[in-house]
Design a protein around this ligand. Structure first.
Ligand code: ZN
Length: 618
């Protein structure tokens, strides 16, 4: 009943053809599309990408049936920036996910309007009369989100808050049920978002696979995959793995590989189901990708911070079925912003030139285009940083005047890359300048286009966290990393200190800080959001007593800084040092003229609890 007319014949033809890969082949017209997004999945843990362990037999087979893009990169390090990039095919696009703090963080502002010429993949396939079905283990991908609104049916598979996310088995059950219920006389777009590789990584069996038999992993790790040791260190910086031994890293990787193997096996059930209707996948285009990878202890880091290591940025991309020529392996650079342009080309969706920053990777003859037209670099774009990676170099540029630029010792950081992505910090000003020009050519236009979305003042107050401030270059600020190793002297430095994304003045007579924020034009009543510090936090070993003062990003009270006018999307304000004495400044609250009161960013508490388990909030 669900079989497409002609599918068995085409399957026979495809099976015969597969022995003769040089025969030209046209991509199927209006195929169904199945997009599997494997959150937090790095390419090199796939067996076919070089992992010695047999982690991915199902997906390796799928890769052999289509194109495996072996040097594919995500355009940012986390879900929130990455999914808009994938779905819009642009480096810069406002958030399309369920808001977390809808009145805080630039890209999450609900009043940030998308560029009118941008097109989301989900909207494009809906306009092409596809039936959009989706299932997601990620709490940010739900029917209330901009991305979710295009779906005819999108199911969020909820898990108990302490487990963090549903497992591949449950998600695939939903996906198969949706597939079974699809409208058969219409092409289907099925989106499947797995979260298995994301922490917490609960084991599906008793023991992690891929470890020597007698490894005493339980002494070191919990069944959620989290280390039993170094809790205090990671409470301050959740990505800190400088205390991992070689064996700890092997165990941590084994948890990851076990979950990957499990997801691979479950996806096998979905692919089997698709092949029951369409044995050669002649009418079904399957795309497997990730929004970012995961750091598994290399360079002393964990999870997916903005470190730009290969493990976080190098992700899988597989496209197979619907007439794509099997057995293609592409070794030139490709990026997540290329995925939507590729689908738009293959599905022949009407899109105006210049809509995407990415480009199509596959021709209508089913062959990869990129080897004939290689790109020399991939790019990263987020509010906090921009970066460019070539085969030999990686340059990160922090926004001028940003707190990060201060803490990184300047706006630019340059690494030389080894053959396996390993990197070494280098100083080479000429190289920095040439890479920076390359980056500006590629990203400046998109960044400006995003900022143009700040057109209208919102009806309500909103918040600008310190990390998104621009501080005049003349202001001296000392960055003090707070962890178990902080020295009392560091905290006695006179003047402004940047402490965990907040500003403090401990000693000395600091000058007022000249701060600029990027907001819609208009008049605002400005206030600084602060949290009291007390004195205990300055005593090494007593940090836990100052926990909420240092961990919490939300203001307890607001200090008025007067009325200010934003012109040309820039608002300038002078922050006096007195308010940062024994208090930590965490944000600015901007109240448009005539708006009602608001004391903190809006947060959904139940949603927050789930996000805490996933490590998104402290
Ligand atoms: Zn993610």
């Amino acid at each position: 009943m669900t079989e497409r007319p002609g599918a068995p014949l085409l399957a026979l033809l495809l099976a015969g053809w597969m022995a003769l890969p040089s025969v030209a082949f046209a991509v199927a017209e209006r195929p169904s599309v199945v997009v599997v997004l494997m959150d937090t999945t790095r390419a090199d843990r796939f067996h076919s990408w070089g992992n010695e362990h047999e982690t991915t037999p199902v997906l390796d087979r799928l890769a052999a049936e289509g194109v495996q893009f072996r040097r594919h990169y995500a355009n940012s390090h986390a879900t929130r920036p990455s999914l808009p990039q994938i779905v819009s095919g642009r480096y810069f696009h406002p958030s399309i996910l369920r808001p977390f703090e809808p009145d805080s963080h630039p890209r999450d502002y609900p009043f940030l309007e998308p560029d009118p010429n941008a097109r989301l993949l989900t909207d494009l396939v809906r306009q092409a009369d596809y039936e959009l079905l989706g299932v997601s283990a990620h709490p940010w991908v739900d029917p209330s989100s901009v991305m979710g609104r295009a779906f005819h049916r999108l199911e969020y598979v909820e898990a108990p808050a302490k487990r963090g996310h549903a497992e591949a088995g449950e998600v695939v059950d939903h996906a198969i049920a949706l597939w079974d219920q699809r409208t058969v006389d219409r092409p289907t777009f099925l989106y499947v978002h797995l979260l298995d590789a994301h922490t917490p990584r609960w084991l599906p069996q008793k023991n992690p696979r891929f470890l020597p038999p007698d490894t005493a992993w339980r002494d070191r790790f919990r069944t959620s995959g989290e280390p039993r040791f170094g809790g205090e260190r990671r409470r301050w910086e959740f990505t800190d793995a400088r205390d991992f031994s070689e064996e700890d890293r092997a165990i941590y990787r084994a948890f990851y590989d076990t979950l990957l193997r499990n997801a691979d096996q479950e996806l096998g059930r979905l692919l089997d189901r698709l092949r029951r209707d369409d044995p050669g996948l002649a009418h079904t285009l399957v795309v497997v990708l990730a929004d970012h990878g995961e750091q598994l202890g290399e360079e002393g880091g964990l999870k997916h911070g903005d470190s730009l290591v290969d493990g976080v940025q190098h992700t899988p991309l597989i496209m197979a079925g619907a007439g794509i020529v099997p057995g293609q392996r592409v070794d030139t650079f490709t990026e997540n912003v290329d995925v939507t342009p590729t689908l738009a080309a293959l599905l022949q969706l009407p899109v105006a030139p210049g809509t995407f920053d990415g480009r199509s990777l596959i021709d209508l003859d089913g062959r990869a285009i990129v080897p004939r037209d290689p790109r020399p670099a991939v790019y990263y774009a987020w509010s906090d940083y921009q970066a460019v990676r070539t085969r030999r170099w990686l340059l990160r540029v922090d926004p001028p005047g940003s707190p990060q630029a201060r803490c990184h010792g300047g706006e630019t950081t340059l690494w030389r890359l080894g053959p396996n992505g390993e990197r070494t910090l280098v100083h080479d000003e000429r190289r920095v300048q040439s890479l920076r020009k390359k980056l500006e050519r590629r990203l400046t236009h998109g960044a400006a286009r995003l900022e143009e979305g700040l057109r209208h003042q919102p009806p309500e107050p909103f918040f600008v966290p310190v990390q998104y401030w621009t501080i005049a270059d003349t202001a001296p600020i000392t960055c003090v990393p707070i962890d178990g190793g902080v020295r009392r002297d560091d905290l006695g430095t006179p003047g402004w200190l940047l402490v965990r994304d907040g500003l403090v003045v401990v000693e000395g007579d600091a000058k007022p800080l000249a701060v600029t924020v990027t907001v819609p034009d208009g008049a605002y009543e400005v206030a600084a959001g602060v949290r009291p510090l007390g004195w205990l936090w300055r005593v090494p070993g007593m940090f836990e007593r100052a926990d909420s003062a240092l961990h919490d990003e939300q203001a307890a009270t607001f200090v008025p800084l007067g009325d200010h006018q934003a012109v040309g999307r820039r608002l300038q304000v002078s922050v006096p040092p007195q308010i940062a004495a024994s208090q930590r400044i965490v944000n600015l609250r901007l109240t448009p003229r005539g708006a009602g009161p608001k004391n903190a960013p809006t947060v959904d508490r139940e949603h927050e609890e789930r996000l805490r388990t996933l490590g998104y909030v402290e």
